[in-house]
Design a protein around this ligand. Structure first.
Ligand code: 13P
Ligand code: SF4
Length: 373
């Protein structure tokens, strides 16, 4: 299979302009840092808005103007008037914000090392090669859908081929959109979200996995006998949850309810009580009655926030002590936040995320299609 021999340059970091944090910022204690961040924010006023993903550290979300899931934050970015959008999240989220905001607004990612490994699992060049094989193997119309957790060039590719972007909160609607326009879906890069969405739409029998790294994997002819082709990508954080974690929590806490993210494996989603995006998880706990117990199957920082925000609910991490920390999200160290803000006060822009102009317009089409469904 041609794609298996395809040489890709999978790099952990999307942007190579990694700027080192100046030594004077490395040892800031929390009190001093908080004071300096607040002073910089006072100085910058309405020029700055801070968006914080639910998985960010407490010291980041405490300073955020908006906290939410990827979909909510992309909407906030689209509505932002500020000159500077500081994104507490990972590279693909900041890219999407840059695409959606006006050209005279700058999107700043406090640390350029915050790159989601799953987004790196479907490189646009590699997808191009797979696309050539798959489309040559069928006369039917394939619509590509990429999860928000992907880079701008892949979003642009999807737009060009009639497809769109989705997040974990609207993947089912993106599939419905695609099946109105075409006959088959190629879903990238998260096979688990794709599989869970297929189940939600009663299309589980139509799934096949396409592994671009496996020379013995299914052929393009066999793959295109199915209506839903899932790219072999996954989240290393969510894939580690197992049904045994759920059994354990139910043994230890017989009254426990379980809510998990749809990036979890199918068998974990099946064993849970509720499945949904990070905002669904947040709302589930916010709407729980006092004294209820909820075990949370997602990144540990959100579990910790929920436990702080809702002391009346018994919030538990699903996986006991061995909990799932997203290394990419963790790169947004609050010392970096202090640095980029103080640099802005001095008139210097650091760590600006700029999507290449040739990708921007098309990627925007794919995002706009999502915002309209
Ligand atoms: P949400 O869209 O649910 O916020 O998820 C983003 C993400 O990266 C989950 O791992
Ligand atoms: Fe990427 Fe998983 Fe981290 Fe989300 S939790 S940003 S999908 S690695």
């Amino acid at each position: 299979m041609e794609t298996a021999q395809f040489e890709t340059d999978l790099s952990l970091f999307k942007y190579d302009n990694l700027e080192q944090l100046p030594p004077s910022y490395r040892e800031l204690d929390e009190d001093e840092r908080t004071e300096r961040i607040e002073a910089a924010l006072d100085e910058l006023g309405d020029d700055v808005v801070i968006l914080g993903h639910n998985y960010q550290r407490r010291e980041i979300v405490e300073h955020a103007d908006f906290i939410g899931d990827s979909y909510q934050l992309s909407k906030e970015a689209a509505n932002a008037d500020a000159d500077y959008v500081i994104f507490g999240g990972v590279t693909f989220m900041a890219e999407s914000a840059d695409i959606i905001t006006d050209d005279d607004q700058s999107v700043i990612l406090p640390s350029m090392e915050a790159s989601c490994p799953m987004a790196g699992m479907a490189e646009a060049l590699q997808v191009d090669a797979a696309w050539a094989e798959l489309t040559a193997a069928t006369d039917e119309n394939i619509i590509p859908i990429t999860y928000m957790n992907s880079y701008a060039d892949l979003k642009a590719f999807c737009a060009e081929q009639g497809g769109l972007v989705c997040t974990s909160s609207n993947a089912h609607k993106a599939f419905e959109y695609a099946f109105e326009k075409g006959d088959k879906v190629l879903f990238l890069p998260d096979k688990h979200l794709g599989e869970n969405t297929a189940h939600r739409l009663d299309m589980a029998d139509e799934i096949v996995e396409w592994d671009p790294w496996d020379p013995e994997g299914v052929t393009a002819e066999a793959a295109t006998d199915n209506d839903i082709i899932l790219w072999e990508g996954y989240c290393q954080v969510h894939e580690r949850f197992t049904p045994e974690h759920i059994e354990q929590v139910r043994d230890d806490h017989p009254d426990a309810n379980v809510v998990v993210h749809p990036e979890c494996r199918r068998e974990v989603v099946e064993a849970a009580d509720v499945v949904g995006s990070t905002s669904t998880i947040t709302e589930t706990v916010a709407n729980a009655d006092p004294g209820e117990t909820w075990a949370i199957g997602t990144e540990i920082h959100l579990t910790n926030h929920l436990s702080r925000w809702h002391p009346e609910v018994n919030v538990l991490p699903l996986c006991g002590d061995a909990c799932m920390d997203c290394n990419a999200m963790r790169q947004i160290d609050p010392n970096y936040l202090a640095w980029v803000l103080e640099e802005l006060v001095e008139g210097r822009e650091r760590n600006v995320i700029e999507v290449a102009p040739e990708e921007k317009d098309l990627a925007q089409v794919a995002l706009d299609r999502m915002l309209e469904i």
